[in-house]
Design a protein around this ligand. Structure first.
Ligand code: ZN
Length: 221
C-alpha cells in the first residue's frame, strides 16, 4: 500500500519500484489523502472539478504501473492536519486492506516545506502503529468485520536520508507513463521525461544503477 498526500506524490516517489513489484504479482493499493484540489493556476477552475480530474488522473497513473486498488479519502489539498480523526481513517484503511508494506512521504525530511507531505507521513506512520493493537480505535473492530493488523515494513520516499535503493531501469518507462497521466500537473512541461530519467539516473549513480528510486527503510517488528 502507498499512503500519500496528493495525486502524483506516489508517481514521483516510488512508481518505478511499484511497477516492478506488480509485474511479479504484488497487489498494491493507493490511499490518497487529499484530492489535490488546489493544484491549478486556472482562475476559473473549481476545487470540486480539480478533485475529480486529479482522482481520475491518479487512477490512470496507478493502472499504468499495475495498481489494482484505490482509496480516496478526499481531504482538502493544503489543509491536511495531523488529527486523531485522520489517524483513525488511515488506521481503518490499513485494517481493511492489510498491507505487508507501506510506502509514504518521509515526514522527517528536513527542508520539507509542504505541510501536507509532512502530515501524510505522520498520518501513515501513526495509523500503522494504531492498526496493530486492539485498544486503538476499538470501535472499528466491533462486530468482527475488521481485525487489528501489523505492517512489517515501511519505505519513506522523498527522504533526505535514504538507506535503500531499488533498481528501476526496467520500469523507468512505466514510471514516466504514470507521471504523464497527471496531465493537469505535468502536461506541456517541456523536457519533463528527460528530467525524470536524469533524476532516476542520478539517484542510482552511487550504486552503479542505470535508474533508481531511493527510500528510508524502516523494519517494524
Ligand atoms: Zn505532493
Amino acid at each position: 500500500m502507498a499512503i500519500f498526500a496528493h495525486p502524483d506524490d506516489v508517481d514521483f516517489g516510488c512508481s518505478g519500484t511499484i511497477a516492478s513489484w506488480t509485474a511479479e504479482g504484488t497487489h498494491v493499493t493507493y490511499c490518497v489523502l487529499t484530492s489535490g484540489q488546489k493544484g491549478t493556476h486556472d482562475p476559473k477552475m473549481t476545487a470540486a472539478k480539480m478533485a475529480a480530474t486529479r482522482e481520475r488522473e491518479q487512477r490512470a497513473a496507478g493502472e499504468a504501473v499495475g495498481v489494482k486498488g484505490f482509496v480516496f479519502l478526499g481531504h482538502q489539498d493544503g489543509e491536511l492536519e495531523a488529527t486523531m480523526k485522520l489517524r483513525g481513517e488511515v488506521c481503518r484503511v490499513i485494517r481493511e486492506h492489510r498491507p505487508d508494506l507501506v510506502f509514504t512521504n518521509d515526514p522527517w525530511g528536513h527542508y520539507q516545506i509542504h505541510p501536507d507531505h509532512r502530515v501524510a507521513g505522520w498520518a501513515a506512520l501513526d495509523g500503522i502503529i494504531a492498526a496493530r493493537d486492539h485498544l486503538f480505535f476499538p470501535e472499528q473492530l466491533k462486530g468482527g468485520k475488521l481485525r487489528k493488523h501489523r505492517v512489517g515494513h515501511v519505505l519513506l520516499f522523498g527522504s533526505r536520508d535514504p538507506n535503500a535503493w531499488f533498481d528501476i531501469s526496467g520500469t523507468i518507462d512505466k514510471k514516466i507513463d504514470a507521471l504523464s497521466a497527471h496531465v493537469s500537473q505535468v502536461g506541456g512541461r517541456r523536457g519533463f521525461a528527460g528530467r525524470m530519467r536524469w533524476w532516476a539516473k542520478n539517484t542510482g549513480s552511487a550504486w552503479d544503477l542505470g535508474a533508481a528510486e531511493a527510500f528510508r527503510y524502516i523494519e517494524l517488528g
